[in-house]
Design a protein around this ligand. Sequence first.
Ligand code: GLA
Length: 390
Amino acid sequence: MYKLLINKFNAVFGYTGEFIYLRSPGRVNLIGEHTDYNDGFVFPVAINLEIKGIAAKRDDSKVRVFSLDYNELKEFDLKEPVKKENNWTDYIKGVVSELNKIKPLNFGADIIYKSNLPVSSGLSSSAAFELINSILFASINNIKMNKKEFALLCQRAENNFIGVKCGIMDQFAVSVGEKNSAIFLDTKTLEHKIVPLNMENHSFIISNTNKPRELSDSAYNERRGECEKAVEIINGLQPKKIKSLRDIDNKTLNSLENDFTDRIAFKRAKHVVEENRRVLDAVDSLVKNDLAKFGKLMILSHESLKNLYDVSCFELDILVDEALKIKGVSGSRMTGAGFGGCTISLIHNNYIDEFIDTVGKKYEEKTSLTPDFYITVPVNGAEILNKPEE
Ligand code: GLA
């Protein structure tokens, strides 16, 4: 891949320079959905579907970027105010404007990118693109930050510049990810634990609905608003004030159900509270090698996202239903924000071929869409490489 990038760099920019080699992974969330902006728990994995890039530092503040995926060359200047253009360069501008708040950036770059991480699929291509650019511009402008700080900076870029009020999960996983491991993250304290994924003849298979995600950003922000509303209602009903849905347990929430003035807000809160519990149980079952239990928790998570949180859709439900009919599958659920995107299923390796064949056919029959399937491995978070890999 880097060879291709070097050749293309030469063709696009007309020179070869001293290159900086970059990579940034996507992420898949094993369990813990829509909990991160409620101070809850998540359990994602950085995966080997990645964006790769090479860059050459410039002596001036110009930025020229070429995407091999969009076959498009764009440019802007770090010294001029950046404007949102509703295209892929927004993510670069978003991180650049956040970095500029830390220290004015003097040095731009010529950069070329190529990705095999599908966009708009709930596998965090945006976070991956934010991270790859933030580590590059920080490095060439001599700004030192740790992985957690990079994750937070990229989240601010998404919140402030892109306008999606996302939580910290995606940027954290893409930044902090580790080979062969999942990341158990407490989004309230940002403490995390690296949990080795011992899969014993099992794999996680990702199935992509390939359904274009429509209005997902506004629906996402709406869910967040509903959770804030639930917190307000809870605070009106009991003397003990809470800051977020992390601060209430299931029993207390249930005891307030009859007085809850807003049914939708109650359903959202119930999902979040129960999902947090499921993450803790899932991490525990993985550590104990109890994959059957892990699978059951995935199924419950999907039901809750579908019925209580209303973020699933016809296509995701078909993929989950068909997956659960395959022998060797112990769990399946939508992953990421929802409204399209991907599911993740836990499967015994002997049944993977059958899964791809049968689920693929059934899904096509029922939706007229062709799904994609990925078996990924957990990889390290975004980084500048000393030496280019293959
Ligand atoms: C998106 C957001 C994350 C998280 C998930 C849902 O991926 O970017 O912060 O809220 O949705 O779990």
